[in-house]
Design a protein around this ligand. Structure first.
Ligand code: NAP
Length: 351
């Protein structure tokens, strides 16, 4: 930025996808940011508002090819692309002094061998992995402020990690038996046409998938292990539910007989008291995904099942907002010294 009053110049690679569209929806009403370039290979030349009519009157831009020349005037670029794309652009963007937030997984795993194992190809710029900051503000706020490269967390990892974080930090649960039973709406799979995501395939049905191995498992365990400073054992089971947006995480952890539910409620309330986007509900509440739809909030509630030593944490987010674009903008705000909530204060859409 050349002056304090000048708006941040923002570019988006992958502007036709669902997270790209959510970035646009939020950024056109951001008082300190201006979108100056939106890329798509398939829609280059098309007006953005012709593809996304909700943006008509808010954004007068056409999609451009995702070439570096389109982004040289940007202060920051969001890469809202499939895995393996941002790592191709990152060295060039960073060398030009342009900050990068990747909404995909390219910079989430710190170990290049782990990336290769889970994502099936060698990392294109593993030398940048140590520089990348995992963009969960509730955990890494100060590092994000100084980062040039942010790995925006996955949607399942955001809901799961925020639900376990206070417990892991204080060592109040058995680290060897964490269970995350998590459900996602269909927009979590992106906008690309796939038979499995057709209305006729997903509506009026409910299924688990990726039970024995899912790419978000190593991401969550990497974070929880670092916080716990010891290994954690997590059973992570994702499900697909026939809703458009929303993640609902039901998390289970063993607590000792001496640990009261009320003391854990106090811990959660204290941990998140100053967090603008984590809302700890009264004990025994049941947060609904619709209570966060289109908002950047994570709502959390604690329970203990009768006759059991299992603490149950319910954690809901919108996968496209706190789970992707909203959190990315929260990170952008931090990286440029803006109020963290700028452009993100809208309440959820309900009904
Ligand atoms: N959906 C979610 O809830 C969610 C949540 C958290 C994180 N994420 C992650 O965020 C990323 C984007 O997700 P999404 O759901 O928005 O995906 P999407 O709907 O499938 O959109 C992908 C976008 O990337 C562009 N693209 C594809 N290949 C490209 C390439 N080789 N070079 C440049 N652009 C390319 C596509 O446009 P063109 O093909 O026209 O170029 C499209 O705009 C993914 O990595 C996803 O895992 C998604």
């Amino acid at each position: 930025m050349s002056s304090q009053v000048q708006k941040l110049k923002v570019g988006i690679i992958g502007g036709t996808g669902y997270t790209g569209a959510e970035l646009l929806r939020l950024l056109v009403q951001h008082s300190m940011a201006e979108v100056i370039a939106v890329a798509s290979r398939s829609e280059a030349g098309t007006k953005v508002s012709d593809l996304y009519p909700n943006l008509r009157g808010h954004l007068d831009l056409s999609f451009v090819e995702p070439k570096i020349e389109a982004f040289t005037e940007c202060d920051i670029v969001f890469s809202a692309t499939p895995n393996g794309i941002a790592m191709q652009h990152a060295p060039d963007l960073l060398a030009r002094g342009i900050k990068l937030i990747d909404l995909a997984a390219d910079f989430r795993l710190q170990d290049a061998a782990a990336w290769r194992h889970w994502y099936g190809e060698p990392h294109a710029c593993s030398e940048l992995l140590s520089e990348a900051v995992y963009g969960l503000p509730e955990l890494n706020r100060e590092s994000i402020r100084n980062a040039n490269l942010v790995a925006n967390p996955g949607c399942y990892p955001t809901a799961t990690t925020l639900g376990f974080l206070p417990l892991i930090r204080e060592s109040l649960i058995d680290h060897n038996n964490l269970i995350a039973d998590v459900k996602s709406g269909v927009s979590g799979a992106g906008r690309g046409a796939k038979v499995a995501n057709l209305f006729t395939e997903v509506s009026d049905s409910f299924k688990a998938y990726g039970v024995s191995a899912h790419r978000h498992h190593p991401e969550i365990t990497q974070t929880l292990t670092a916080v716990a400073k010891q290994a954690v054992t997590l059973t992570f089971i994702p499900h697909l539910v026939p809703i458009l947006r929303g993640i609902h995480a039901t998390l289970y952890a063993d607590i000792s007989a001496e640990t009261s539910l009320e003391s854990l409620q106090s811990l959660f309330e204290a941990t998140y008291a100053e967090e603008p986007f984590v809302d700890v509900l009264p004990l025994g509440s049941h947060p609904e995904t619709r209570s966060v739809k289109g908002s950047n909030l994570c709502r959390i509630a604690l329970h203990q099942a009768t006759g059991s030593n299992k603490l149950v944490v319910l954690s809901v987010i919108d996968n496209l907002t706190k789970g992707a674009a909203g959190q990315a903008i929260q990170n952008m705000n931090l990286m440029f010294g803006l109020d963290e909530s700028t452009g993100l204060n809208c309440p959820a859409q309900l009904p």
